[in-house]
Ligand binder design. Sequence first.
Ligand SMILES: Nc1ncnc2c1ncn2[C@@H]1O[C@H](COP(=O)(O)OP(=O)(O)OP(=O)(O)O)[C@@H](O)[C@H]1O
Length: 213
Amino acid sequence: MTSGPAPAAPGPARADSGPVLAASGIGKRFGRRVVLDGADLSARSGEIVAVVGENGAGKTTLLRVCAGLLRPDTGRVVRSGRVGYCPQEPVLLERLSARDHLVLFGGAAGWDRERSLSTGTRLLEALGFAGRSRVPARRLSGGGRQKLNLVLSLLGDPGVLLLDEPYQGLDHGSYAGFWELAGTWRDDGKAVVVVTHMLAELWRADRVIEVAA
Ligand SMILES: Nc1ncnc2c1ncn2[C@@H]1O[C@H](COP(=O)(O)OP(=O)(O)OP(=O)(O)O)[C@@H](O)[C@H]1O
């Protein structure tokens, strides 16, 4: 794994503060396959960090380790504050509506029903998710499911966002909207980590970290 500066640095990264996420020397193997070997990833409040690398390089694995969902074989992860995690594949309860999900996930993050619904609905609308908030998740389009998946990671107002290709299935307008929103989250002081294959968008990141295969 290597890390280096992004082509441009558009954000107000709070360089004076320490990282709110610091994963260092992460090693992970599945059976005989070594997926990560001494990987590092850090993020500060007020910056967007893009994580890039070939298919199978271990980006999702590294994000899951950072989220605390997977125990690394070596290395350590230090996080401060709440972490929001948007998995690559939406994990939804198929019989529940988007509103039900907002209440359920918002409640798990410590928010009451009203705040979960108002904030979650505002975020869904900002992503162009309209008029489908009361239908079961199984009847949502792929893009609709992905928008809900992304919004669920934001409930509870996490200081660290770990987003694993969060725009899959989004139409062009929603995709552009996602990056605009990511900029506002960064400006609000969140540390936004985005796994992405969209190299044309790397100018939006403050730093780029490459996971080597
Ligand atoms: N639970 C698991 N058990 C066994 N192998 C796994 C497991 N999770 C991931 N792997 C393997 O680890 C390797 C890295 O997977 P990972 O999903 O982290 O890569 P990635 O860089 O995110 O890939 P992509 O760009 O395709 O999303 C792959 O070979 C994958 O098959």
